[in-house]
Structures are given as structure tokens and as C-alpha cells.
Design a protein around this ligand. Structure first.
Ligand code: ATP
Length: 816
């Protein structure tokens, strides 16, 4: 039994820590928190808690609790987790065990024989058992009574912790309670590789058992529990063991919003914790290469298989004894403040977000993370790098710039133990991130180091392959095609080669349609100049956090102005904005439940803004990847969301192409619109357009005037109408008259628009008709208020109605 084990280790009866050197830390303050553990910690075979023997588990216990538990263990019975009493436990702890030696010494089989031979003894035992139960019941009653009294008179501050944690009064007798000290930075590093197999968070009663066995260190588990991440997502559970235990390179493809950031973030943090604990700044935990001359294809196939168990892997250390003294010096320097991991992202906003996710997961570790990206002052970022963060999340451009300038911390990138390229397919697109190629040359320059680095390659569209472009298809005449479409395997192989990664575990869990299962997709057909009307209709009819994607910066600017005049408070986001404003707008959007973000594809990838309800493609995206990523800003983490693609006749070709690449077999359904309200919508939008034009005219005249005025002053000239408006004779000047007229017109249009905007477009309670793809008009159901039904619900209802209509049509055809 564990009792004897504890006594053996600590003759004084004081349980020791697992290293055997220190006493269990005494609970000094009330801020120690209870962590509830399900089931038994100690069982008959000393390994009742997932193979951990009692002492290992007990090291975090309150000594008072351990003492009292041991006492209780010796003089009362312990029941097993299912509530049935183990015979061995019963006999050992039974009060009458001393007077019944033969019973306590016998095992189950012998008992059975004895019982059948001596029925009278059995009866006696049954009687004793009944008495014991009676006593236990009495004790329970007493405890209940005590608790009631305690509640009536709350414990005073002076009450000792010992009595507070006595299992007899605060805890059920069949449960141990793990005590956790108040959070401190040191704690995380103290026991980094200790996985908490079962953890029920105190605050939210979260059962974290589903994370068990993935190899996640306790401090990270604690941070995950705090974020209420009760279970790993599919991509996480499929990649974490291979990455943490197996130290494999990972090539992961999973739908948008499926938790890919933590799928690489957790292994990087866990790996750094391990390296730090070993105080080994330059060594790398990496799976050995499979021996033998295997082709890349064979290796690729093999890596779809389960990762070998950790004990079968021979961990490779980067620090070899045989290396020369120069290398030793270099390593010593690196050890002092190593740069362990580099995460590369295509956009600045994504760099900030990934950094934030890593910081949250690393909350109870001492790992520091920094984001380095363009658009902010170089000096500021150099200051950040002087603090030597262990993880740098960066965009390739600024990283390369600082590296070339000789930044000391970034010059360690050649030695990084972990490299992640997020949104990889975008990053390796030809002509996009030339700096990435330069960085890869540096990172892969030393073959030995390259082999030791653990790599992570992730994207939602990693395995999306395209049809051949038109010009190639045209040249594919005759029997033998000149060009063939790239297969998924070929795409992966070329990525592996290009990035210099080795034998990765490939996890592709994207569905054939590529978008999230919880996403409702739809489209809206209209003329090009009607798009504004429908967009305004949508945001008015379906309030909620919405992102509108455009194909160009000019389009974003125009819509931002127009919707600003329509009082929709749009937040633009595009590459020509100053970085601070970009981040500010994102922040505002995040904070506003009715926010309207109008963006280019700079916001298409990776951005994780909670509760985005709608994504509008104001223009058909140029690539299917863009469609998938734009749409992926909604319906994230199992939430529901909708996309509406606005299509004008000129965009049909792009839509068909997209539809083919995404292997769709059915057309996207039409989003239901009530034409009845379009009149009011058009009136407002047209007025706003007028106002925009007039304001622009006024601004132009003003700037022209300003220019003339400035030059007139410089040349000491007097130009009629431009110099001074105060003179009465100048009032007659045609320039001034024109300007005054413009202003008056602008004021009157603005007044009209404000009056209209003050009226609601959608009355309380209305039903409407909307056209189906066949042109038939269907009666939409009553949407009582503009807040009554969400766009997703409206769309789902419309889909259902369309199905019914189709059925009826087919029925009529059959009967005819
Ligand atoms: N295990 C988990 N349980 C619950 N939520 C999680 C879990 N892991 C991650 N999340 C949350 O899910 C959301 C989406 O995660 P993340 O941004 O990593 O998705 P992604 O797959 O990288 O998406 P994208 O392809 O768009 O970049 C985030 O808000 C994240 O905090």
C-alpha cells in the first residue's frame, strides 16, 4: 500500500517530493487553490492514477491533508471510485482487523472457499459488515451536522489550514484533493514536463481529461483550462502527439478556425520548456531520420501513419562533444539568450494575433514571445529584440530587414530549434515573399542544423489544387497533353522540398468542399451598380459583426466613404493605411458587436475575430484560396456563420472557375431579399452617393482655392475672389458664388439624408417574397423585427423552402 511507501521514504511520517530531497511545501496562504481530481489517486497497486505512483502524485498535496489522509487510511476504510469497497482495502483498514487475522491475510479466492466451508463465519462477517456500514452512516451524519454548523458560523481567519483541509470535513472520503499554489512565474519552469492527466479547473469545473496523453506540460494545460479549452480540436489531437512525443515535422491542413495556431504553438512551447529545463539553448529535440534510402514519396506515405511511440525514438541532441571550440563559444553565447523558435506569417495583423495566442498559452511558463513586423518604427522593434524573446513571430519583410542590418538576436535564426510557416501556401506563392526565400537560404544553409530543426507547415488550403490556367489548357491539344494538373501529393512534395523539411507527419483533414462545416454559403445576383444597394440592405436587415471583402483598395475606400455617409460606421482595412490605424480599426471591430469591417484580402487569412456573423464577398474573389480564407473569418471554432457572394454578370466566369476548384456539385443558393424595401434602400444610397460627389467637388474647389491663394500670396498678387472674402464687392465674384452654392447644396442633401436615416427601413413584422434560382417567387416567412431572425436562419429557411418548391415541381411534372 502507499502508506508503507510514504513511511519508507520519510520515517518521520512527512511525505517527501518525488526528488526525495525536499519536504512538501507547506500551504502558507489561503490563496492555494483546490484542483479537483476525479477518481482515486492511490489504489491497491500503487498506480491508481494513470500509472503514477502515490508519491509522485502526492508531492503537490497539502501536508496537512496528506497526514490526515494517512491517518484516516490507517483507521478507516477507503472505498474505490465506483463506490464498491475493495476487499483488500476493507480488510486492511477494518477496525476489527487485529482480532480477525486470518480474514485480513486471505485473498479473494481463499475467502470464497472459507466462506463456503464455514457458513456461520460468513454470517458473522455479514453482521460485522452491517455494523460497519451503520457506523459509517453515523459518522457521515455527524459530518453533515458539523458542516451545517460550520455554514451557520463561517470559519474565522485564524482557523488553521490543517483543520480546514481535513478530509473528514471538507472532502469526500473517497477523494484526494490536489492543492495548487497561487500562480507564480517560477512554478511553470519548476515542473515543465509534468502533464496533468486529469484536471478539473476550479473556476469553471472544466474536465480536461480529453487533453490527456498528448504530452502537454502542466503549465500549458493550466493556461488552456483558463481559456476554457476543454478538449483539443481534431487537428490538435492529430498533430500534438507526433509533434511533442515524436518530435516530427508537421504538415497540417485543416479548415479555417479549427485551431491550427495551437497545433503548432503548443509543441513549440513544450519543446522550448524541455530545452530550457535541459539548459540547452542550441540542441534540438528532433525525431531521428528513418534509416535507409527511402524516396520522398515513400516517406510521405509512411508519415500518414501513426507516429512511433516515444520510447522507440532516439532523440538527437544538437550539442555533440566532438564539436570544435569555436562552435562551443558560439553555443555558449547562444545559450545565454537563445532564440528558440521562429514563426512566419504573411500579414502584420496575423503576426500580432499569433503572438497573442502564444502568449496566452505560455502564461504559466517563463517563455517570452515578440512580434516583429513592418509599418512600426524599427527602433521600437529593435528594443523589443534586445530583450531576447525566445519566440519571434514575424512577417518575412521586416525580419529580413533587421537580419540584414545585423540585429544580434535575429542573427541566431540559423540556430532556431523550431520553425513554423503559417499560411504556407500563401507564403511560398511565387513573387510574393522574396524575403522568405532569402530567410530559407539562411535557415537551411547548414545541413546539420536543418536536419535538427523541427518544422511546422500549416494552412487551410495547403492541399487545394487548381485546374490548369486557360492558356495551358488551350495548348493541351492532341492525344498527349503537354501540361497536367498538379496532384495533392505533388503539391506537398514540392512544398517539402522548397522548405527543406524532412519526413513530416502529414495531417490533411480538410473536407472536399474546403470550407467549414458550420458555414452557410450563398450568393446574390445583381447588376454592378446595384451592389451598394444590396450591401446596405444586408447590413440594415441583418445587423451583426460583418466583414465585407473587396478585390481592390480603391473599392474599400469608396465603400468606406459611402457607408460612412450612411451612418454605418465602417472600418476600412487595406495595405495603404498606416499600420497603427490598421491595428486600431481591427481593435475597434473586435470591440463592436455590430462592427462593419471593409477590407481587402489583407484581412482574409488567419484573423481570428470572435463572433463574426457575416462575410460578404462584395466582388467574386480572384482565387479559390481567397474565397476559402475570406469565408473562414466567420463560422470559426464550431460557431455558425454565413457568406454571401455578390455577383454581377461579368463575374460569372470567375465564379464557375472557383466552383470547379472547390469541387462543388451544386450551385450556391440565392440569398433571400425582399424587393419591397429596395426602394427605400435605393433612395438612401443614391442620396449618399450624391452627397459623396458634392463633397468631393467642394473639397476639390477648396484645395484649388488654397493652392491659388498660397501662390498669390507668395507672388504678392491679388486675384479676384481668392484673396479675401470679407469685401462686399467681392461677394459678386463668380468663384465665391459658386462655392456658396455648392455648400448650400451639400447641406441640403446632407439634411435630406439625415432625415431619411432617422426612419427605420424595415417595419416591425413583415413577410416578403424572394426569387429562387428558377425565378419563381417564394413567400418568405415572417421576420418579426430586424433583430428577430439572423441571416443564417433566414438563409436556411430559404434553402428549405427552395427544396420544398423543387419537390412540388417534380411532383407536378410526374403527374402531368
Ligand atoms: N482546443 C480548443 N478548444 C476551443 N477553442 C480553441 C481550441 N483551440 C483553439 N481554439 C480557438 O479557436 C479559434 C480558432 O483558432 P485558430 O485561429 O488557431 O484557427 P486556425 O485553424 O488557425 O484558423 P485559420 O485557418 O483561419 O487561420 C481561436 O479563437 C482559438 O482560440
Amino acid at each position: 500500500m502507499v502508506t508503507s511507501k510514504i513511511k519508507k521514504k520519510s520515517p518521520a511520517g512527512k511525505p517527501k517530493q518525488s526528488n526525495g530531497s525536499n519536504d512538501i511545501p507547506a500551504t502558507k496562504s489561503k490563496s492555494w487553490q483546490k484542483v479537483k481530481l476525479k477518481g482515486h489517486v492511490i489504489s491497491d497497486d500503487f498506480s491508481g492514477y494513470d500509472g503514477m505512483i502515490g508519491l509522485e502524485v502526492l508531492k503537490e498535496y497539502d501536508p496537512a491533508l496528506v497526514k490526515s489522509t494517512l491517518k484516516q487510511h490507517s483507521d478507516s476504510s477507503i472505498t474505490n471510485p465506483r463506490g464498491k469497497r475493495s476487499k483488500r482495502q476493507a480488510t486492511e483498514s477494518d477496525e476489527s482487523s487485529s482480532s480477525d487475522e486470518d480474514e485480513s491475510d486471505s485473498d479473494d479466492g481463499e475467502d470464497a472457499k472459507e466462506a463456503s466451508a464455514k457458513s456461520s463465519k460468513k454470517a458473522r462477517l455479514a453482521e460485522r459488515h452491517a455494523q460497519r456500514l451503520l457506523k459509517q452512516r453515523e459518522k457521515r451524519e455527524q459530518r453533515k451536522e458539523q458542516r451545517k454548523q460550520k455554514k451557520a458560523k463561517p470559519a474565522t481567519d485564524t482557523k488553521s489550514l490543517k483543520s480546514k483541509f481535513t478530509p473528514n470535513d471538507d472532502y469526500e472520503p473517497d477523494r484526494f484533493s490536489l492543492l495548487r499554489p497561487p500562480p507564480s512565474d517560477d512554478e511553470a519552469v519548476e515542473s515543465p514536463d509534468e502533464e496533468v492527466p486529469q484536471l478539473v479547473s476550479d473556476a469553471n469545473e472544466l474536465d480536461m481529461t480529453q487533453w490527456q496523453g498528448l504530452g502537454i506540460p502542466a503549465p500549458i494545460m493550466r493556461a488552456l483550462a483558463e481559456q476554457k479549452f476543454e478538449a483539443p480540436t481534431q487537428i490538435q489531437s492529430m498533430t500534438l502527439p507526433a509533434a511533442i512525443h515524436g518530435k516530427k515535422d508537421i504538415l497540417g491542413a485543416a479548415e479555417t478556425g479549427s485551431g491550427k495556431t495551437l497545433a503548432f504553438g503548443i509543441p513549440i512551447l513544450a519543446g522550448i520548456m524541455e530545452l530550457k529545463q535541459r539548459n540547452d539553448g542550441s540542441s534540438i529535440r528532433k525525431a531521428p531520420k528513418v534509416k535507409g534510402d527511402k524516396s520522398a514519396k515513400e516517406a510521405t506515405k509512411e508519415n500518414h501513419e501513426l507516429t512511433p511511440p516515444p520510447e522507440e525514438l532516439d532523440y538527437v541532441s544538437g550539442a555533440s562533444d566532438a564539436e570544435d571550440s569555436d562552435a562551443d563559444d558560439e553555443r555558449t553565447l547562444s545559450r545565454r539568450a537563445p532564440l528558440y523558435a521562429l514563426v512566419l506569417t504573411p500579414t502584420r495583423e496575423l503576426a500580432v494575433q499569433v503572438k497573442n495566442h502564444l502568449v496566452a498559452a505560455a502564461k504559466y511558463t517563463d517563455i517570452r514571445v515578440a512580434a516583429i513586423f513592418g509599418g512600426l518604427a524599427v527602433a521600437k522593434q529593435e528594443r523589443v529584440l534586445r530583450q531576447c524573446p525566445e519566440i519571434v513571430v514575424a512577417t518575412p519583410g521586416r525580419l529580413w530587414e533587421l537580419y540584414v542590418q545585423g540585429n544580434k538576436h535575429l542573427n541566431k535564426i540559423e540556430h532556431v530549434s523550431f520553425l513554423c510557416i503559417d499560411e504556407t501556401d500563401r507564403m511560398v506563392e511565387k513573387g510574393h515573399f522574396e524575403e522568405l526565400r532569402s530567410l530559407l537560404k539562411v535557415l537551411n544553409g547548414d545541413e546539420e542544423r536543418k536536419q535538427l530543426r523541427q518544422n511546422f507547415v500549416f494552412s487551410a488550403t495547403l492541399t487545394l489544387v487548381h485546374d490548369l490556367p486557360d492558356h495551358m489548357q488551350k495548348r493541351n491539344v492532341g492525344k498527349r497533353p503537354k501540361f497536367t494538373k498538379q496532384t495533392v501529393d505533388q503539391k506537398i512534395e514540392s512544398l517539402i522540398e522548397e522548405l527543406g523539411i524532412s519526413q513530416p507527419k502529414i495531417v490533411d483533414i480538410t473536407s472536399s468542399q474546403q470550407t467549414s462545416q458550420t458555414l452557410t454559403e450563398s450568393r446574390l445576383l445583381c447588376a454592378i451598380d446595384e451592389k451598394d444597394y444590396y450591401l446596405y440592405y444586408f447590413v440594415q436587415r441583418h445587423p451583426g459583426r460583418t466583414i465585407v471583402f473587396c478585390n481592390s483598395i480603391d473599392c474599400v475606400k469608396r465603400l468606406a466613404t459611402l457607408f460612412g455617409l450612411l451612418d454605418c460606421n465602417p472600418l476600412p482595412l487595406h495595405a495603404n493605411m498606416i499600420q497603427k490605424q490598421r491595428l486600431k480599426n481591427l481593435e475597434r471591430f473586435r470591440d463592436s458587436p455590430m462592427g462593419l469591417l471593409i477590407a481587402t484580402d489583407v484581412a482574409a487569412r488567419g484573423l481570428d475575430i470572435p463572433n463574426v456573423e457575416h462575410v460578404i464577398h462584395y466582388q467574386v474573389p480572384r482565387t479559390s484560396e481567397n474565397y476559402v480564407h475570406r469565408s473562414g473569418r466567420t463560422a470559426r471554432a464550431n460557431k455558425h456563420g454565413i457568406t454571401v457572394m455578390f455577383m454581377e454578370p461579368g463575374e460569372v466566369k470567375s465564379y464557375v472557375k472557383l466552383y470547379k476548384t472547390l469541387e462543388r456539385t451544386e450551385d450556391l443558393p440565392l440569398f433571400p431579399i425582399s424587393e419591397r424595401f429596395l426602394g427605400a434602400v435605393k433612395e438612401r444610397v443614391n442620396l449618399a452617393r450624391d452627397l459623396d460627389k458634392e463633397e468631393l467637388k467642394l473639397r476639390r474647389t477648396q484645395s484649388e482655392e488654397g493652392w491659388m491663394k498660397k501662390h498669390a500670396e507668395e507672388m504678392d498678387m491679388i486675384i479676384d475672389g481668392y484673396n479675401d472674402e470679407s469685401g462686399s464687392d467681392q461677394d459678386e465674384d463668380p468663384f465665391i458664388i459658386e462655392r456658396r452654392r455648392n455648400r448650400l447644396h451639400v447641406d441640403s442633401v446632407r439634411g435630406k439624408l439625415s432625415a431619411l436615416l432617422a426612419q427605420p427601413i424595415f417595419p416591425r413584422g413583415f413577410s416578403f417574397k424572394y426569387p429562387t434560382s428558377t425565378g419563381q417567387l417564394l413567400q418568405g416567412s415572417d421576420m418579426s423585427t430586424s433583430h428577430g431572425k439572423s441571416a443564417v436562419e433566414a438563409m436556411k429557411e430559404a434553402i428549405e423552402d427552395m427544396k420544398q418548391a423543387k419537390k412540388q415541381r417534380n411532383k407536378r411534372k410526374r403527374n402531368a
